[in-house]
Design a protein around this ligand. Structure first.
Ligand code: SAM
Length: 279
């Protein structure tokens, strides 16, 4: 396991993923019944942007750093409000479990899985003695079999955000989506994936369609055409069973993000929201 998210925390891909994640969780909060957020690849939970690792790549500067210094568009307000106090006061960028935890009401629950021994430690510290957040040091894909269907919840969201350092990560994600649909039909599923080149992304979409998954939305954010597979040219969030109104909201969020993140290296940002399968 070589991947460490600290090198990438707060980059454009995190901004995209977390802005959409927040919109999905806020949609769950429209109903009073409690929900579960299951984060299968949770990371550290919070990232020090002044650390040697974060400074080494400096990726956050062209991501959340740039976004916080550009005029905030309304669709990004909730995301930026959630991030600003962490980044501006303490130079900390929240990870997905921290975003989720901050949104929970007393009736809601978070389960965060992380396999890397060095990353699970700060995650455990972050949620120490928190009755609403459980941290599991385990394989996130395997956790799906053990934890679904949820014992105490009929609604919720499963976020799958692997490092994509192994060649079979797209295939494992497609299998995971099918498993979640079988065991937790009412749950929303969100899978983040890199777009370096079109071929593996197309194969991922086809695998999901072939598995008969319905109600699928692919939200894509491309900094540049995905022709050089050695670069992270963009990223996507696949959403299954998206809440009502999410498609329009996601478009507004990504369009605002495209304006906020424009740079000489990303002059022609392209966004796409494609319905891969109807309900
Ligand atoms: N979701 C986090 C966020 O948005 O803040 C970032 C997660 S990072 C992209 C992927 C994480 O998955 C890494 O921390 C890595 O150590 C962890 N990981 C890798 N393989 C795993 C597995 N099989 N099960 C659980 N975690 C895994």
């Amino acid at each position: 396991m070589n991947y460490r998210h600290i090198y990438h925390a707060g980059n454009f891909a995190d901004c995209m993923k977390h802005a959409l994640l927040l919109a999905l969780i806020r949609a769950l909060k429209r109903k009073p019944a409690g929900f579960l957020v299951l984060d299968t690849h949770a990371g550290c939970g919070r990232y020090d942007l002044t650390s040697e690792e974060a400074e080494k790549t400096g990726e956050w500067r062209a991501g959340i750093g740039q976004l916080l210094n550009s005029p905030a568009a309304a669709p990004l307000a909730e995301y930026l409000d959630a991030v600003r106090p962490n980044v501006q006061d303490r130079h900390r960028y929240p990870g997905s479990p921290a975003f989720a935890r901050a949104e929970l009401r007393p009736q809601d629950q978070l389960i965060a899985c992380e396999l890397h021994p060095e990353d699970v430690r700060p995650l455990r510290r972050l949620f120490h003695a928190d009755p609403q957040a459980a941290v599991h040091h385990r394989d996130g894909y395997e956790a799906l079999r053990a934890l679904l269907p949820p014992k105490d919840f009929k609604r919720g969201l499963v976020l799958i955000d692997p490092p994509f350092e192994k060649p079979d990560d797209f295939a494992r994600c497609a299998e995971a989506v099918a498993l979640i649909r079988n065991r937790f039909r009412a749950g929303i599923v969100a899978v983040w994936y890199p777009i370096k080149h079109r071929t593996p992304v197309r194969a991922f979409y086809t695998a999901l369609q072939d598995a008969g998954i319905r109600d699928m939305l692919a939200c894509e954010f491309l900094l540049r055409p995905p022709v050089d597979p050695s670069r992270l040219n963009g990223c996507g969030l696949l959403v299954v069973n998206a809440p009502f109104g999410f498609e329009d909201e996601a478009r507004n969020i990504l369009e605002s993000l495209a304006v906020g993140l424009r740079s000489p290296d990303a002059e022609d940002i392209q966004i796409t929201i494609e319905r891969l399968a109807e309900e």
